[in-house]
Write a protein that binds this ligand. Structure first.
Ligand code: GLA
Length: 386
């Protein structure tokens, strides 16, 4: 569907469901992270880019304090919640993300009330491409518009992250929300997760004859199941033992000395975070020098670190990386939180189809379900579209 057709359909559906026209329509994208995984909650660096896939949200303010939610991907029902009664645990399924954002805005002391919302998302869910952040950010931006809040991208990202942490119960960092809100077309976003300072780093794939494939393994990842939280705890414990505010404050040069002081169980976690932060710096250097093809080796090294040290890969993501590289990808790695989800592969554009076929063949030979393949094009961050 063209962007116009999506917009018309969303407005049409909104009218049918809510009985009047929307006051505006917003869109917020999913993301892939090029490098800098599990660094955000260590105050570190990341380099995500927005996908063309977005959550499109039509919205209109209500003055009776009700939040009425409908999703084209839902079960057809409208969920009705009283904004004044919103509390963590008080909404289920996908509705906890929009409800959480409205709750988080009010927790921040902002006098926001009800709204009618209807959304339609093309961001695949459970694929590690931040479909929940896209949803949160679309709602945050729509509320900003409907209620004239005038919050900045980083402020809205903090609201959305707080909604996910404290309302939906997922202890994520801030990268996904910053990516969805702050990315720009044609660029990757160099994010400092401590200061929330960002820099747009031009990422011209086509100009360099490159293509970035997303291979969705179909293994649903769930960051709320405890493994993510325990990794995060491990990192925070290591920082405390080292007397540092966060692992971001440890340099590659200081790493050997620091590792010698830590209990064995924390060593691989710290090694991953510190080397991964350094890889982000190198990746930005390569992109700035106009050498995006040099990202390949960094991607593959990042995957090895996530597989061997951080241990968040799985047989499907490992196989996708190995098969892509064997078939001619310049580099590949899992992207996002891990435990399943998607792999990105940087490939010469002419080889995109053959690399995708090789990965699909390798999956069939291993008795894994066929991966879904998308092309990642560096796209715009969240915006109002009507
Ligand atoms: C998930 C979280 C992010 C980040 C990544 C790993 O996507 O939501 O905050 O921690 O995992 O880099």
């Amino acid at each position: 569907m063209t962007a116009d057709a999506v917009l018309n359909a969303v407005c049409e559906d909104f009218r049918r469901i809510h009985g009047r026209a929307p006051a505006g329509v917003w869109a917020a994208p999913g993301r892939v992270n090029l490098i800098g995984e599990h660094t955000d909650y260590n105050d570190g660096f990341a380099l995500p880019m927005a996908l063309p896939q977005t959550t499109v949200l039509a919205a209109r303010r209500r003055d009776d304090g009700l939040l009425r939610l409908h999703s084209a991907q839902g079960d057809g029902r409208v969920t009705e919640l009283a904004v004044a009664d919103l509390a963590p645990g008080g909404a289920g399924g996908w509705t906890r993300y929009p409800a959480g954002v409205v709750w988080a805005l009010r927790e921040r002391g902002l006098a926001v009330g009800g709204a009618d919302l209807h959304l339609d998302s093309s961001v695949p869910a459970g694929a590690g491409l931040s479909s929940s952040a896209a949803l949160e950010c679309a709602v945050a931006l729509a509320y900003d518009g409907l209620y004239g809040l005038r919050l900045s991208g980083p402020e809205l990202a903090r609201v959305a992250q707080y909604a996910e942490n404290a309302f939906a119960g997922v202890p994520c960092g801030v990268m996904d929300q910053m990516a969805s809100l702050c990315c720009a077309e044609g660029s990757a976003l160099h994010l400092d997760s401590r200061s929330l300072e960002v820099r747009q780093v031009p990422f011209d794939l086509t100009g360099h004859g490159l293509s970035l494939l997303v291979l969705d393994t179909g293994v649903a990842h769930d960051l709320g199941d405890g493994a993510y939280a325990s990794l995060r705890d491990g990192c925070e414990r290591a920082a405390r033992l080292l007397g540092l505010p966060a692992l971001r404050d440890l340099s590659e040069g200081e790493l050997p000395g620091a590792l010698a002081e830590l209990p064995a169980g924390l060593v691989p976690l710290v090694r991953h975070v510190v080397t991964e932060n350094a890889r982000v710096g190198r990746a930005v250097g390569r992109l700035t020098a106009g050498e995006p093809e040099a990202l390949g080796a960094l991607l593959t090294a990042g995957h090895a670190s996530l597989r061997d040290d951080y241990r968040v890969s799985c047989p499907e993501t490992d196989l996708a990386v190995d098969a892509a590289v064997a078939a001619g990808a310049l580099g590949a790695r899992m992207t996002g939180g891990g435990f399943g989800g998607s792999v990105i592969a940087l490939v010469p554009a002419g080889q995109a189809a053959s690399v995708a076929r090789a990965v699909t063949r390798a999956f069939a030979a291993a008795d894994f379900a066929a991966p879904a393949v998308l092309e990642a094009v560096p796209s715009a961050g969240a915006r109002r579209i009507a």
